[in-house]
Design a binder for this molecule. Structure first.
Ligand code: ADP
Ligand code: MG
Length: 702
């Protein structure tokens, strides 16, 4: 190795410089122990760092095996560091996360060599530490650590070992042992030792080069054998590659080194990511899905489809009223009938049979009860108000298929013309208790069969209300609607069931000039229900629209007006939390990378390429990303569940407003990966450009 007129000046600031080497020339032999001696600040470390490829220089040149350092490519430099040099630092610079053996083997693994473990064991045996393979560096004494560092340097069988004050941190006796070890190694290779200890240099050095103020102040045997330089040796560039296993191990432990910071960062990231997931769910707000989920969650049995004519009310003097949030005119509406072809549409979309229903009070037939006093007595005694009605509420035209889908049993048959009716079980119960009078005769009714064939007086309903016109209609069937106890609590407000309907023939409602609406029993297939809800919400026009109602559910106002607002709020929130999430996690990862600078430098000094180091930090960052994503993915449904519960508990609003959507599961991993990259890439790119010596120095200052 030849050194020509080598110089290096450190830049302290813009106009302040510190010259460290001022034109140094000498030649180094192929083997032997060379000491570089000098006071602190004389430039010894600078020189050693340059010779070992850890740092750059400004002037002059170094020729190694016929090749100029100036001509080295990045790959050449990695290969030179990894393949030709071993470096022993004063502070050992072992990687604390790896075991002793792994520290030694790493150098070989970086070269992609197999049998790294075997070689590492033999190198450890050479320094007298064969039993320490599985120990952690932290459990060793200083002398033992330095032996491990030497084992790491010799495991690659390097041509040169560079040692920068290898005994500086050791006591006299241990220091002598280390130097003896290096002396033994120098029989087969060149060992360059930096020291300020003249005694040791005299004892062990084959040659002593003295530095003072960046210049050579003395050389004990400057005339060294001249090397043949015709061999245009190529510096072997073995394919470097850090095994993912090690990258994982180092990457993970990096984070676990500060458990409190790790946990805090995870909690903050999970919080930010959960809010992001939440806002994404809000952004994915889907009226049809909300309505459908609510139907099933509230245990509704039927859903009704009404139709309305909408118009902008002409409020005298005040003009048109605009909705304060969305800014569209508020419309008023009149219920209109669901037409036959619309019934067909509803049946097609929902794959259910639809009943035509009209709600009104029909209250004349109870005067046919034979013994009303007995009925009243029974009611008082037994609190018997659950399966008993004095009046019916509304007409229903339905098919047997509808009854089957609703799970109802029919005794007899459904009416075929406008003089026939089928009654619900609760009206039958009234006559079972009180008996039935017809044409002055009293009949005992024991079951559904007994009442079939009898007549009941049914008042004729007109669009303006009931008339005094009464028609006797023959009972042809009884529908068992399984009305349980309490099913008539709040009967009139919640008429979205069949317990108290009178079943009439097809076309009856229309013939009376009444506006029927459609009712289906809830499909088993939620998808069918959601399609129906979509169909209903999408069918809005300027002049008319549908509306869905179900037992126990308030009017659904979101469909047209507020879905828009909610969705947009969701998008804005998502953007904000996306930024937050990335900031939190990115910042944590960036801090971890900065905290691991020294490792980065050691790895680079051992010959790891920039790619290898990047692997470690990216793998670590991605692990964090995965943890955060898994926690959020698991938390999100729980959070949504409790928010829904909270909303319905604190308001009269029973909607399942938030339902889990696929959107967060696409965006969350993306955001996690983006923040992992955003956190680690800037630091990686910054330090990737610097020399190992610079990185280690910065790492030590930290
Ligand atoms: P030694 O190892 O002999 O103690 P160094 O090679 O470390 O000496 O330093 C030589 C000179 O270069 C000293 O004056 C020192 O202050 C300066 N120097 C070393 N490293 C840096 C650095 N990173 N930045 C600025 N000046 C430096
Ligand atoms: Mg030094």
């Amino acid at each position: 190795m030849k050194i020509f007129n080598l110089s290096k000046t450190y830049k302290l600031s813009k106009n302040q410089t510190a010259p460290a080497l001022k034109g140094i020339s000498f030649e180094l032999p192929e083997r032997g122990m060379v000491f570089i001696l000098g006071r602190s600040g004389s430039g010894k470390s600078t020189l050693l760092n340059i010779l070992s490829g850890l740092d750059g220089f400004d002037g002059g040149d170094v020729i190694f095996e016929g090749k100029s350092f100036k001509e080295f490519t990045d790959a050449d430099r990695n290969a030179y560091r990894n393949g030709c040099c071993g470096f022993v630092f004063q502070e050992y610079n072992l990687i604390p996360e790896l075991t002793v053996g792994e520290n030694v083997a790493l150098a070989l693994e970086l070269q992609g060599k197999k049998h790294a473990e075997k070689s590492a064991r033999s190198a450890l045996a050479d320094v007298g530490l064969e039993d320490y393979y599985c120990r952690k560096p932290a459990t060793l004494s200083g002398g033992q650590k330095q032996r491990v560092a030497i084992a790491r340097a010799i495991v690659k069988q390097p041509k040169i070992i560079f040692a920068d004050e290898p005994t500086g941190a050791l006591d006299q006796g241990t220091g002598r042992d280390i130097l003896q070890l290096l002396k033994n190694l120098s029989r087969e290779r060149l060992v360059v030792v930096v020291s300020h200890d003249r005694e040791f240099a005299n004892e062990f050095g084959d040659r002593i080069i003295e530095l003072a103020d960046g210049k050579i102040a003395g050389d004990s045997s400057p005339a060294t054998e001249s090397r043949t330089e015709n061999s245009e040796h190529k510096v072997n560039a073995p394919e470097c590659g850090l095994p993912i296993k090690h990258a994982l191990k180092i990457g993970c432990r990096n984070f676990l080194k500060h458990p409190l910071r790790f946990v805090t960062a995870i909690i903050l990231s999970v919080a930010a990511f959960s809010f992001l997931g939440l806002s994404l769910n809000i952004a994915a707000f889907d009226s049809a899905k909300v309505y459908t989920d609510t139907l099933y969650n509230t245990g509704a049995q039927f859903v009704s489809i009404h139709r309305y004519h909408s118009f902008v009310p002409d409020i005298e003097g005040s003009g048109i009223i605009f909705d304060s949030i969305v800014g569209v005119p508020i419309t008023d509406d009149d219920e209109i009938k669901v037409e036959r072809e619309q019934f067909a549409d509803i049946e097609n979309v929902s794959a259910r049979s639809a009943a035509a229903v009209y709600n009104c009070n029909i209250s004349r037939f109870q005067r046919r009860v034979a013994d009303m006093n007995y009925v009243l007595k029974i009611i008082r005694q037994d609190d018997f108000d659950d399966c008993l009605q004095f009046s019916a509420y509304g007409f229903a035209e339905c098919s047997e298929q509808f009854l089957k889908e609703a799970g109802y049993e029919l005794t007899g048959r459904l009416p075929l013309d406008d003089r026939e009716i089928a009654i619900p079980e609760c009206i039958l119960n009234l006559f079972i208790i009180g008996g039935l009078t017809e044409d002055g005769e009293v009949y005992k009714i024991a079951d559904a069969e007994d009442i079939i064939g009898h007549k009941l007086p049914i008042e004729q309903i007109t669009p303006t209300g009931s008339s005094n016109d009464i028609a006797e209609m023959t009972i042809v069937g009884v529908v068992d609607t399984h009305c349980g106890h309490g099913c008539f609590k709040g009967t009139i407000e919640n008429c979205e069931h069949m317990h108290e309907k009178l079943f009439v023939c097809s076309g009856y409602i229309e013939a009376k000039g009444l506006n029927a609406y459609a009712m289906i029993s809830l499909p088993e297939d939620r998808g069918a229900m959601q399609r129906l809800a979509e169909f209903v919400f999408d069918s809005h026009s300027q002049t008319d629209h549908y509306e869905l109602t179900a037992e126990g559910m308030e009017d659904f106002e979101f469909a047209d007006l507020y879905a828009y607002v909610i969705k947009n709020a969701g998008y804005y929130l998502s953007t904000i939390f996306f930024i937050f999430a990335i900031l939190f996690m990115g910042n944590f990862i960036a801090a971890s990378v900065r905290g691991q600078l020294k490792q980065f430098g050691i790895l680079r000094a051992t010959g790891a390429s920039f790619k290898d180091c990047a692997k470690i930090y990216l793998v670590g960052a991605l692990i964090i990303a995965v943890i955060v994503f898994i926690l959020c993915a698991a938390l999100l449904p729980v959070i949504l569940h409790y928010i829904n519960i909270f909303i319905s508990a604190t308001s009269n609003f029973n909607y399942t407003l938030l339902s889990l959507n696929y959107l967060p599961y696409i965006v969350l991993p993306l955001a996690a990966i983006v923040s992992a990259l955003a956190g680690s890439l800037p630091a990686l790119l910054k330090y990737g450009k610097q020399t190992p010596a610079e990185i280690i120095r910065k790492g030590q200052i930290k």
